[in-house]
Design a protein around this ligand. Structure first.
Ligand code: NAD
Length: 500
């Protein structure tokens, strides 16, 4: 179904006792080691989460290994793909449940969860099942130097047990983006959702069980990173590959764990993405695009813009218009009519973001708008709200322009030449994404070629075709996923050479 045809559920009631158990070998596993899942809109308790220890992680990896050799590995490709279609259909049948779970964990606006996260989460199963069924492998006829011929062809086989370690910012979408292709390729998975957002991964366990995915194919272990389920899983010798989305620093820790046993990794990491607006841009479109890229999901999108560069002739007009656009955002609970911005994910993350707000002030930034905590005036004041914020006047060397904030904020700086803006955009350790606004074709192509990023959007942002390569340059990632690129990580490609 296309996102636009979907109806949002009328009301979203979250049960106050939505507990999350581990899902191991098709069973719900309680551990007695509980941590709280709180709703960031008002800090109310969503439920308790059962933290997995080494024993549960080991059981999950063992179950995944068993399923690989058992009923899952024995399915034909058609049967496996049909089952993944059923998973997607069942997710859409339970659309309201997934939306409710996502909202309870994140507080994101209803329309975003309803029209983007859940349908795209479901689509991730269909798209990769269809892709894997249809993608060819290579073959070469070879002349052998001392006479005779040979043929080479390649075969793909599943990599094995895949650890999927997920962040909290778009929980269902980012988790299924990895689980979909992993399962389509015939692997089994152990998912470690973020401790902040355990609900949708848990709910997906119900879906897997209800549509008949064999036990052990999809497992979920809950917990934190260091000295908890995340570390236990990534260190586990029974894991054949680790796919991870999260912070670059966490990627470094996981890479150390993966070094033991030389396990491959696929990493989608942090960013400090530039948004570049040339004077010839369609200004209405640029304002709309940069508003979304900066503030959507309260700025908690890895591809989001935190550094905006605007060509000097339109700088003042752009700043005034983006300020108006930011001030028109409506903060509030997910299902209140007209709300366009939710809270940050947690109190802890708010402390980090407010730390950057303070730092920008201390470094002498001009605050164009925002900069603090909004007064919501009711129980929402207990939530993790921050104001959408825009600064100008900081040097490129300031912390605000070098480090990922992951909040609803950006700094706008003027530029004079294309060479200058390319240099400033690239002067970062990160290289995830860029958004460029221009009507000049040559400028567009030059930016596409010279920006050191994995994804360069021209006159758009977050326009995703799931067949295209997705990933980051420099410290923003390792490898690419999406389309056939996902197969490179989720399968072993074997060459068979036959001397004729
Ligand atoms: P995070 O790195 O703090 O946590 C991600 C996951 O890793 C969580 O499940 C966490 O429990 C786990 N973890 C933490 N330490 C670990 C360890 N030592 N060993 C194993 N697991 C560990 O990231 P986050 O705060 O949840 O997410 C926000 C970050 O994710 C931002 O930096 C953002 O840019 C990035 N991100 C990147 C992409 C992308 O596609 N490049 C997409 C979304 C988010």
């Amino acid at each position: 179904a296309s996102a636009s045809t979907l109806e949002a559920p009328a009301a979203t009631q979250i049960a106050a006792d939505r507990d999350c158990r581990n899902f191991i070998a098709g069973q719900w596993v309680e551990t007695g080691r509980l941590f709280e899942n709180r709703n960031p809109i008002d800090n109310s308790l969503v439920g308790q989460v059962h933290e997995a220890g080494r024993a549960e992680v080991d059981a999950a990896v063992t179950a995944a290994r068993k399923a690989l050799r058992g009923p899952w590995g024995k399915l034909t490709l058609d049967e496996r793909c049909a089952l993944l279609h059923k998973v997607a259909d069942e997710m859409m049948r339970r659309h309201a449940d997934f939306v409710a779970a996502e909202l309870a964990d994140t507080g994101m606006p209803l329309a975003f969860a309803s029209n983007v996260n859940v349908p795209r989460g479901a689509a991730n199963f269909k798209v990769f099942a269809d892709l894997f069924r249809n993608v060819p492998t290579e073959a070469f006829a070879q002349d052998v130097h001392h006479g005779g011929k040979a043929i080479n062809y390649s075969l793909r086989s599943p990599r094995g047990v895949i650890a999927v370690v997920c962040p909290w910012n778009l929980p269902l979408l980012l988790m299924t983006w990895k689980v979909g292709p992993a399962l389509a390729c015939g692997n089994t998975v152990v998912v470690k959702p973020s401790e902040e957002t355990p609900s949708t991964a848990t709910l997906l366990g119900e879906v897997m069980r209800d549509v008949g995915v064999p036990e052990g194919v999809y497992n979920v272990v809950h917990g934190f990173g260091p000295d908890s389920a995340g570390a236990f899983l990534t260190e586990h010798p029974g894991v054949d590959g680790i796919t991870f989305t999260g912070e670059t620093g966490t990627g470094e820790a996981i890479m150390r764990a993966a070094a033991k046993g030389v396990r491959p990794v696929s990493f989608e990491l942090g960013g400090k993405n530039p948004g570049i607006v040339f004077a010839d841009a369609d200004l209405d479109a640029a304002i709309e695009g940069i508003t979304r890229s900066t503030f959507q999901n309260t700025g908690q999108v890895c591809l989001g813009t935190e550094r905006v560069y605007v060509e000097r002739p339109i700088f003042d007009a752009f700043v005034a218009r983006l300020k108006a656009s930011a001030e028109a955002l409506v903060m509030g609970p997910p299902d209140r009519t007209g709300v366009t911005m939710g809270p940050l994910i947690s109190q802890e993350h708010r402390r980090k973001v407010l730390g950057y707000y303070e730092k920008a002030k201390a470094e002498g930034a001009t605050i164009v708008t925002g900069g603090g905590v909004p007064a919501m005036g009711d129980a929402l004041d207990e939530g993790s709200w921050v104001e959408p914020t825009i600064w100008t006047g900081l040097p490129d060397s300031s912390a605000m322009l070098r480090e990922e904030v992951f909040g609803p904020c950006c700094h706008i700086a003027p530029f004079d030449t294309i060479d200058e803006v390319i240099g400033r955009s690239n002067a970062t350790a990160y290289g995830l994404a860029a958004t460029v606004w221009t009507q000049n074709l040559s400028t567009a192509h030059r930016m596409g070629a010279e920006l050191e990023v994995g994804i360069c959007w021209i006159n758009s942002w977050f326009l995703r075709d799931l067949r295209t390569a997705f990933g980051g340059a420099k410290q923003s990632g390792i490898g690419r996923e999406g389309g056939v690129h996902s197969l490179e990580f989720y399968t072993e490609l074997k060459n068979v050479c036959i001397k004729l």
